[in-house]
Design a protein around this ligand. Sequence first.
Ligand SMILES: [Zn+2]
Length: 89
Amino acid sequence: MEPSKICRLPLFAWTCAESEGQKEVVPMCPKHGGAKTRFGTFGTGMIVTCHEERNHLVKLCNRQEFEAERKEATARLYPSPQREEEQVP
Ligand SMILES: [Zn+2]
């Protein structure tokens, strides 16, 4: 499956993924182009893993840098100002 749009930033190349009708901006695996990745918190940082190979670690990174890049990628991939950060209690 070819990703329609890619936004390359220093940490990751980002693309839009659609799951269950929800569009999401996700980092891409640099080794398996277009492979689906998962990300989550890991200690004080973020961990990004890839589904293509078992336990393929894409990158560990600083959480703030990850969020900042994701925000920038989102702004570039979706140039409308509709997205609002959800407040986390
Ligand atoms: Zn991979």
